[in-house]
Design a protein around this ligand. Structure first.
Ligand code: ZN
Length: 460
C-alpha cells in the first residue's frame, strides 16, 4: 500500500477496506502469475516422480546456470570467485570450493551482490525471524518459479487460487473500530481469501475468531502456525465443535511447526497439515508429502548441512544455494537455521531426499497483558518501514515492560526511524506496556551459537 492509502485507510468504511485488499491482491497476483508461471507449474507437475539421479542432474545444471550468471552480473561474486575455475566443476560437491556467505556479509555487500535494480525487482522487505534487517531484490521470474513450485505443492493437496481460504499473516489491516466491533478479519471477495489478524490473538477475542471460522467455512488454512494453534487450543479447551470435512488441508508457513501445534490444529479442524520450509530471503523449499515426510526439493536449490568445522554432517547448520535468487544471488548462504537430514527413502513416489526435522526457535514470543502473545513473525515485522537498524533483540523479564537492544547504522538511521520502530512495537504490545530502547554496539549470540531475536525470561 502506498503512503497516501495508508493514511486514509483507517478512516474508510469496512467495505472499502475489503475492496482495497481485493485490489491490492489483484495487482500482486498479476505479476506473480504471468509470463513463465504456467510453464514452471507444468514443469514441476511433470517432474513429480523423477529419479534421484535425474533430480541431481537438473540440480547440477541449475547450479551451473546460477554460478555463471552471478559471475557475469554480480560484482561481488565476480570478485570472490576470481581464483576459482567454475568451468571445471563436475558435481554438486565442487560447491565446497566456494566460500560461505552469512547474513552480515550479505547485508554489508548488498549493493555489489544484487544483479538488478530496485525498480525491476519484487522486494521482500521482511527481516525474517532472526532480527537482521534485510531487503531482498527478487527477480520477477524468480517469484514465478517459486510460486510455480509452491502452488504445485499445494495443488497436490487440492488447493487452487480462488478456493475459500483463511489466511493468518503479519498484515495489520484492522482499525480501532473493527476491534471495538469484534471484527478481526478482512476479505478479498474476488479470490475468496479472508485475512485474519495475527495481532489480536488473546483469550477475550479468540471466540470471535472461532465463531467466524465456523461461519466462513474455509477449505484451506494458510499462515502462522502459532496463531492457528492458539485458535485451535481455545476451541478444543471449550469443546467447540468444528464440523469435519470443511477444511481440506492446512499449510503452515514462516514459523517453526512443532508437533504440539500439529496435534492441536489437526484435532480441532479435523484435517491434515502439510509443513513447508522456505525463509523470506528466498531459500530453497522443503515440502511435506502425503506420507508425512519432508522432501528437500532439489529443483529449488542445494541444501548442505555442516558441522562447526564446515564438514558435512547429519545434524547441523543449514547452508543453502537458491535457484530462485537471481536478483540477489544466494550461493552457499548460511541462513541461520539448523536441520537434521535422513537417508530414509520415502514411498510416496517423490525421490527428493528427506529432512528428518527442521529446528527452529520455538518458545520465542513477547507476552502483553493487553494483546496476548506476540509471535516471532510479528516481532520481526517491526522492522517494516524502518531504515538503519542492523540488528535487534527483545528482552522480557515481566509483564510491564520490554527492553529492546538495537544496533544501528548511523548513516542510515534517524529519529524518524526510531519513531516508526517504536510505533510498530506499540501496534503489537498495546498502549500500556513500557518500551525501552537501548542502543548497543553489538548483540552476541546465545550459547548454541544461534541468534535469538527474543529472550523471554518471563513466565506468565
Ligand atoms: Zn514422500
Amino acid at each position: 500500500m502506498n503512503k497516501f492509502l495508508e493514511k486514509i485507510y483507517p478512516f474508510l468504511p469496512g467495505y472499502m477496506h475489503n475492496l482495497f485488499v481485493t485490489g491490492f491482491n489483484l495487482f500482486a497476483y498479476h505479476t506473480r502469475y504471468s509470463r513463465n508461471y504456467r510453464k514452471y507449474r507444468k514443469q514441476f507437475k511433470d517432474n513429480e516422480n523423477l529419479s534421484l539421479k535425474e533430480l541431481n542432474h537438473i540440480q547440477f545444471n541449475k547450479l551451473m546456470d546460477l554460478l555463471k550468471y552471478s559471475i557475469k552480473h554480480s560484482t561481488f561474486y565476480n570478485e570472490i570467485y576470481k581464483e576459482i575455475n567454475i568451468e571445471s566443476f563436475t558435481s554438486i560437491e565442487d560447491l565446497h570450493q566456494l566460500p560461505i556467505i552469512d547474513k552480515q556479509i550479505l547485508r554489508s555487500n548488498f549493493s555489489d551482490i544484487i544483479t538488478i535494480s530496485k525498480s525491476d525487482a519484487n522486494i521482500s522487505k521482511t527481516g525474517g525471524t532472526t532480527g537482521l534487517a534485510l531487503e531482498i531484490f527478487e527477480h520477477k521470474d524468480d517469484t514465478r518459479y517459486g510460486y510455480g513450485m509452491l502452488d504445485n505443492f499445494r495443488r497436490k493437496h487440492g488447493y487452487e487460487l480462488g478456493k475459500k481460504t483463511a489466511w493468518f499473516s503479519g498484515k495489520n489491516l484492522l482499525t480501532e473500530k473493527d476491534v471495538r466491533n469484534h471484527i478481526f478479519w478482512k476479505t478479498d471477495w474476488w479470490y475468496k481469501v479472508r485475512y485474519y489478524s495475527t495481532f489480536h490473538i488473546q483469550d477475550k477475542y479468540l471466540e470471535y475468531y472461532v465463531k467466524d471460522l465456523i461461519k466462513f467455512r474455509p477449505e484451506y488454512l494458510v499462515g502462522f502456525p502459532s496463531t492457528m494453534n492458539e485458535i485451535a487450543t481455545f476451541g478444543l479447551d471449550r469443546k467447540i465443535e468444528f464440523q469435519e470435512g470443511i477444511v481440506k488441508a492446512i499449510f503452515p508457513t514462516a514459523e517453526t511447526f512443532t508437533n504440539e501445534m500439529r496435534n492441536n490444529i489437526e484435532a480441532f479442524f479435523k484435517t491434515r497439515a502439510y509443513n513447508q520450509y522456505a525463509s523470506s530471503e528466498g531459500a530453497p523449499f522443503i515440502f511435506e508429502c502425503n506420507e508425512g515426510n519432508l522432501h528437500m526439493e532439489l529443483q529449488s536449490g542445494v541444501f548442505e548441512v555442516l558441522d562447526d568445522k564446515n564438514l558435512p554432517t547429519q545434524v547441523g547448520r543449514l547452508i543453502v544455494t537458491s535457484f530462485t535468487s537471481y536478483g540477489t544471488p544466494l550461493i552457499r548462504y548460511e541462513i541461520g537455521d539448523e536441520i537434521k537430514i535422513s537417508d530414509r527413502i520415502c514411498k510416496c513416489g517423490n525421490n527428493n531426499p528427506l529432512a528428518d526435522e527442521i529446528y527452529g526457535r520455538i518458545n520465542d514470543y513477547i507476552f502483553s497483558n493487553e494483546t496476548g502473545k506476540i509471535n516471532l513473525g510479528n516481532i520481526s515485522n517491526c522492522l517494516k518501514g524502518v531504515h538503519g537498524i542492523t540488528k535487534f533483540q527483545v528482552l522480557q523479564e515481566n509483564a510491564d515492560d520490554i527492553l529492546i537492544k538495537v544496533v544501528i547504522d548511523n548513516n542510515l538511521y534517524s529519529s524518524k526511524d526510531e519513531n516508526i520502530f517504536i510505533q510498530n512495537f506499540r501496534d503489537r504490545v498495546g498502549l500500556h506496556m513500557g518500551i525501552n530502547l537501548q542502543y548497543v554496539n553489538n548483540i552476541s549470540n546465545v550459547k548454541s551459537g544461534k541468534y535469538r531475536l527474543v529472550i523471554n525470561n518471563f513466565n506468565r
